[in-house]
Design a protein around this ligand. Structure first.
Ligand SMILES: Nc1ncnc2c1ncn2[C@@H]1O[C@H](COP(=O)(O)OP(=O)(O)OP(=O)(O)O)[C@@H](O)[C@H]1O
Length: 242
């Protein structure tokens, strides 16, 4: 379970995340929606322990992220925005490095490496330097590193950004396949993605949580029944659907 209580983050005078609370349970694929600058990436960085909150608390599978960061990070996989990695490494070298960081050894290490290389279809680029890969392949390498230790919790910041339609479909299928017993939080601007993979959606804007419902319930709030109309109404302040 992820438990977020009264979470805030200020950058100087700017409040990027403003008193957000929510809980995510196993089996939930939570879509984190909001316009540019809403505070999605900042929230994900705090959940994964890369940013310290100004106030509030986060617990992941019973581990407090601030007080017990190693245990919390061990149960999470994280795909950061833009999927930064080490461009001068080969794909194989990078995944081996991540396997070391995650403490994977022996048969399990081999099995996990084979699994992510197969799932993300990286077999043809294993010996290629990451900086020479296409954007889509770089993203898939980022996803592979997030899945390598088969974490209970996946935090994916715009996982299909930069992928062509076929690869988007492939990654959405992958997320659906993993959804049953994991906790998955994905941020996205693509509302069709929410329909395709999420069973719950949170909308934030200006750092505030404005809606928390199933995609179906949210869509039903607009006369048109369209999620993009609800998104626009909520995030431009024409109507607060919280
Ligand atoms: N390190 C930082 N220093 C100062 N301001 C920051 C910093 N990081 C983010 N911000 C600001 O905080 C706000 C929230 O940013 P954040 O990246 O969390 O939004 P987002 O919802 O992920 O946006 P996008 O969809 O464009 O990725 C923005 O106004 C952003 O400019």
């Amino acid at each position: 379970m992820i438990e977020i209580k009264n979470l805030s983050k200020r950058y100087g005078a700017l409040t990027a995340v403003n008193d957000i609370s929510f809980t995510v349970r196993p089996g939930e694929v939570l879509g984190f929606l909001g316009p540019n600058g809403a505070g999605k990436s900042t929230t994900m960085k705090m959940i994964t322990g890369f940013l310290t909150p100004t106030s509030g608390s986060i617990s992941v599978c019973g581990h407090d992220v601030e007080n017990d960061p190693l245990a919390a990070k061990a149960v999470m996989g994280y795909l950061p925005e833009g999927a930064p990695s080490y461009g001068e490494m080969t794909v194989r070298g990078f995944l081996e490095f991540i396997a070391n960081v995650r403490g994977l050894t022996g048969d399990r290490r081999r099995a996990r490496l084979d699994d992510v290389v197969g799932r993300l279809q990286l077999g043809s680029v294993l010996e290629q330097m990451i900086e020479t890969l296409s954007k889509g392949f770089k993203r898939r390498v980022g996803l592979a590193q997030s899945l390598l230790h088969d974490p209970q919790v996946l935090i994916l910041d715009e996982p299909t950004d930069g992928l062509d339609p076929n690869q988007k479909h492939h990654v959405r299928t992958l997320i659906n396949d993993m959804a049953k017993d994991k906790i998955i939080v994905i941020s996205t601007h693509i509302l069709e993605e929410v329909d395709a993979v999420c069973n719950r959606a949170i909308i934030i804007a200006g750092g505030r949580l404005l809606a928390d419902a199933t995609p179906k319930e949210l869509a039903a709030r607009a006369p048109s029944g369209r999620l993009d109309d609800v998104f626009r109404e909520i995030t431009t302040g024409q109507k607060n659907a919280a």
